[in-house]
Write a protein that binds this ligand. Structure first.
Ligand SMILES: NC(=O)c1ccc[n+]([C@@H]2O[C@H](COP(=O)([O-])OP(=O)(O)OC[C@H]3O[C@@H](n4cnc5c(N)ncnc54)[C@H](O)[C@@H]3O)[C@@H](O)[C@H]2O)c1
Length: 444
């Protein structure tokens, strides 16, 4: 069977979230191929099982805030659908579905398995001389793409891997909300089921990625590279979080220490904080799960995870301790929590550790008000049964204020404006180092 045309192939992107939507939009642009300079004329079907998401996209609304309505309207060669039938005649499938963890922090492969079953159904109905190529972008442990996804496709179609269909793995490195590190501006790791397919996958991404691609030795190597990028980041933050706990006991300001240490050329610049989101706080568990299956207990990686997962409790305790020292009555005190998203300037609340912070504070009888200008109010209600506000209430004074996320709207609040929402004895907890020093905040 021949490989799909790099210029006119028909592409199906399965899962239109933070990763899938930007990819579908970019691939559908009719522009010059960066490698051959030939005009790309690819048709893209963007498929998602979430009908609401599809309807919103069809109406020009992107909940992830990566695209404006005008940008979505410009994507002429992109069709949004939740109908499986529309995927007929696709040459290249790109699977970008979530890979979360369950309540016991074990990998949840259900979305990936369901997407593999969907691809299997579609390619078994296919009638073409062109070799279908299925590229996976979801973050997994090394080996999972072939052990789980390829196995499902083989079993459900009766087709033979490498002979009747090819596979690729190309991890995504985008950073939602970051307008500098975008899909086409970050070097992309590629891989494939055999040399021919690997080179095809490499050229496929090379056609749109400006800094180029890196063709990994195998799918397993590419999977491992992705999972360690986030594991390394998680561990670096865990170290700084542990240091911040030690420095608190020593009565030293962690951010002051970091400013001093950063002057050395090879000091790694990490800050303490809550590690949430769909990647850094999740991906290491995929690696540790597989390592344990293979009989190795990963001491360091899991220690880092424990430290990071424990930070919300530790932050809540700092507030309670400070209230106790001031002889304040704890039950019924009002706490303003600034930020619910797992990181700055983005509406993503998946796996946000601020939920743990809220639970901890409420367990002491504190009353919490959560404000996040980016987060969709219905999204917070649906995911966490949490009522939030998009704006800080005016003329209300809080007993405690926790700056949990460094959204630009919070970083730009002036000293006088902070005082307007504070009492004389307000306690400030500064998780992200954004509060004015004059407020004398407890810095994490
Ligand atoms: N968000 C990031 O910054 C980021 C960065 C790099 C890698 N990743 C990885 O990329 C993958 C996707 O992440 P995301 O952030 O885009 O997730 P997301 O939750 O934003 O989007 C996933 C989409 O897939 C859809 N979906 C779920 N099951 C499906 C199925 N069976 N068929 C079709 N659609 C389905 C969902 O409805 C959702 O719209 C994950 O493995 C993640 O770890 C994410």
């Amino acid at each position: 069977m021949k490989l799909p045309s790099l210029i006119t192939c028909r592409i199906g992107v399965i899962g239109l979230g933070y990763v899938g939507l930007p990819l579908a939009v970019e691939l559908s642009k009719s522009k010059e191929c960066l490698l051959t300079k030939i005009k790309l004329e690819r048709r893209v079907i963007g498929f998602d099982i979430n009908k609401e998401r599809i309807n919103e996209l069809l109406n020009g609304y992107d909940l992830t805030k990566e695209f404006s309505s005008e940008e979505l309207k410009k994507a002429d060669f992109l069709e949004f659908t939740h109908s499986e039938e529309r995927l007929t005649n696709i040459d290249v499938f790109i699977v970008t579905v979530p890979t979360p963890i369950d309540i016991s922090k074990q990998p949840d492969f259900e979305p990936l398995k369901n997407a593999s079953r969907l691809v299997a159904r579609v390619i078994s109905r296919r009638n073409s001389e062109v070799l279908p190529i299925i590229i996976f972008e979801s973050t997994v442990y090394p080996g999972a793409t072939e052990e789980i996804c390829v196995k499902i496709i083989e079993e459900e179609t009766g087709l033979k891997y490498r002979q009747d269909f090819g596979c690729g793995y190309s991890p995504e490195r985008i950073n939602p909300g970051d307008k500098q590190h975008t899909l086409t501006s970050i070097k992309k790791v590629t891989s494939g089921s055999d040399l021919n397919v690997a080179q095809w996958v490499d050229k496929f991404y090379g056609s749109i990625i400006i800094p180029g691609t890196y063709l990994a030795k195998s799918i397993k190597v590419a999977e491992a590279a992705k999972v360690i990028e986030n594991t390394q980041r998680d561990l670096n933050i865990a170290l700084i979080n542990e240091l911040s706990i030690i420095f608190k006991i020593m009565n030293i300001d962690t951010l002051d220490v970091l400013s001093a240490a950063r002057t050395k050329w090879n000091f790694l610049d990490f800050k303490p904080g809550l590690v949430g989101g769909h990647c850094i706080g999740v991906d290491p568990y995929y690696l540790t799960y597989k390592a344990q299956q293979l009989g190795y207990y990963p001491e360091v990686v899991l220690a880092g995870r424990r430290i990071n997962d424990n930070m919300p409790k530790w932050i809540a305790e700092q507030l309670i301790l400070s209230m106790a020292k001031k002889e304040m009555i704890i039950g019924g005190q009002e706490v303003l929590i600034l930020g619910l998203a797992f990181k700055a300037n983005c509406p993503d609340i998946r796996n946000t550790r601020i939920i743990d912070l809220i639970k901890n504070l409420r367990s002491y009888g504190l009353l919490t008000t959560v404000v996040d200008p980016y987060v969709n109010i219905n999204d917070a209600e649906m995911k966490y049964q949490l009522q939030i506000l998009n704006k800080i209430p005016k003329d209300h004074k809080y007993g405690s204020i926790i700056a949990a996320v460094d959204h630009k709207e919070f970083s730009s609040i002036t000293y006088e404006e902070w005082l307007n929402i504070s009492r004389k004895d307000t306690i400030y907890i500064d998780v992200k180092g954004i509060l004015p020093r004059e407020l004398n905040p407890i810095r994490i």
